[in-house]
Design a binder for this molecule. Sequence first.
Ligand SMILES: [Zn+2]
Length: 299
Amino acid sequence: MNDHHVPSDGEAGEVRRFWAGLGLPGLVDVHTHFMPERVLRKVWEYFGARGPLTGGLEWPIAYRREEAERTALLREFGVRAFTAMLYPHKPGMARRLNGWAADFARRTPDCLHTATLYPEPDVGTYVREAVAAGARVFKAHVQVGAYDPADELLRPAWDVLAEAGVPVVIHCGSGPAPGEHTGPEPIARVLARHPRLRLIVAHLGMPEYEEFLDLAERYPQVRLDTTMAFTDFAEGFMPFPRRALPRLAALGDRVLLGSDFPNLPYPYVHQLHALERLGLGREWLRAVCHDNAAGLFGL
Ligand SMILES: [Zn+2]
């Protein structure tokens, strides 16, 4: 990537001006979705049909394009590193997804090798294998997977990940729609057993923002990703409580930029502007948009 090339027009230009204005070398986005085409098409159909897990919201996918175009666009935006958030909704699926994600990471050097898991008898084994194969981040989706993250079956997997210090982006808040096991309580049970587990709470725990801030304040390895938080879209139905802003400012070294690309219903740059308008300052933005993730992943 040629860092000196700053396009003067279009959305990519706007994104690049944002990070260049902060004096950053680019962005790190810990929450982007890449998965086998067939699976991604199903996800898009689901959003299009306003399935119950979307909260019944109108959710037009802004970047519904071919995979190569999507990776090219992230590079045009100046996203230095991103992830391949993929997740199973039933047993027997995670291993195959992990195989795909390992191959995707091999052919996509700016993607942090991602893996996933599900409560099933061999989860400890395949999580260990994925870590040995170089997985640098995991995705867990409590809402879509409809499992208890404190399920006994997951104990060996959390042990491996806590030991290896590999972060797990976990969708565990009850937004955009609650699941049987979403919310802070099951995560509190996981952390009581695995206090060093590097959980990255997706969507800032939306809508249980304050309860997940409690957990982050209690456990120094817990982080939060910004995905969708503070956007006009999210503020319209699950607003972040203004009184909690000082806590978010204080946790500035553990908040990480996430976008949900390509499944977002607004332009990518809106997530950045939504963070900027919080008014938490240039240093906070620099840390969130780049430095925290660069430190965590050793970029
Ligand atoms: Zn997501």
